[in-house]
Design a protein around this ligand. Structure first.
Ligand SMILES: Nc1ncnc2c1ncn2[C@@H]1O[C@H](COP(=O)(O)OP(=O)(O)OP(=O)(O)O)[C@@H](O)[C@H]1O
Ligand SMILES: [Mg+2]
Length: 230
């Protein structure tokens, strides 16, 4: 793939992002100048050893955390100029997140968990439920909608978490080790699912993984090393 990206195709532009964590008196510089661009619909993988800063970078790209310096543009909008409230709104509209652990609410059924981001965004309750049911159906969980997290398998839990990430129709799906907690058969299914979502929904994927079989599926892989792309 060439490095030239037309402005109209450009989704995310990251310019010289640095991140220093302040712990006690000392600072730990985790990101030391990251610059790159992501096109709409691309599938990008972040690789690197433990502690390299992959999750830190993903959180910053997903606006869950702010860099110490540098800039992030999303379709030309300078995200770091947004206040926290507008940023949260922007995130809820454009971005979906999946993590290694599903972070589902134990007291809520699968469908209630999936509905939650839509309810937070003040969507109509019945419409939110209908959408949640459709997503669960789409992800092969039509028979599990009323199950509670403790009544679901690892792969099913992760699919519920993916449905929850999709209910707001995001443009970008961020995932941090989404298969890290699954056996190889379930891991493979989730890997395939990510790429199916990309082709069917035109989603942009930004995924952190340790799994070299998974990373091999991505057209673009960035290796994070010593706070930079190796
Ligand atoms: N909130 C924080 N405060 C201080 N240091 C932090 C904080 N979060 C992360 N770090 C440190 O920053 C470094 C990068 O952490 P990060 O979680 O981004 O690594 P990672 O590449 O995702 O690692 P892993 O593969 O183990 O998940 C680590 O050394 C970690 O200890
Ligand atoms: Mg991590």
């Amino acid at each position: 793939m060439g490095n030239e990206i037309n402005a109209s195709d450009l989704l995310i532009e990251v310019r010289d992002v640095h991140k220093t964590y302040q712990t006690g008196a000392s600072g730990l510089e985790v990101l030391k100048g990251i610059t790159f661009q992501i096109k709409k619909g691309e599938a990008v993988c972040l690789l690197g050893s433990s502690g390299a800063g992959k999750s830190t970078l993903l959180q910053i790209l997903g606006t869950l955390d702010r860099p110490t310096s540098g800039q992030i543009f999303y379709q030309g909008q300078n995200l770091l100029e947004f206040n926290d409230e507008s940023l949260a709104q922007f995130r809820n509209q454009k971005m979906g997140f999946v993590f290694q652990f599903h972070h589902l609410i134990q007291e809520m059924s699968a469908v209630e968990n999936v509905m939650l981001p839509a309810l937070i965004a003040n969507e109509n309750r019945q419409e939110a439920r209908d959408k949640a049911m459709n997503w669960l159906q789409f992800l092969g969980l039509g028979e599990r909608t009323e199950h509670y997290p403790s009544q679901l398998s690892g792969g099913e839990l992760q699919r519920v978490a993916i449905a929850r990430a999709l209910i707001r129709n995001p443009e970008v799906l961020f995932a941090d080790e989404p298969t890290g907690n699954l056996d190889s058969a379930n891991s493979l299914k989730i890997q395939e699912l990510f790429f199916e979502l990309r082709s069917k929904l035109g989603l942009t994927l930004i995924v952190v993984t340790h799994d070299l079989n998974f990373s091999a599926l991505f057209p673009r892989v960035f290796k994070v090393k010593d706070g930079r792309f190796a």
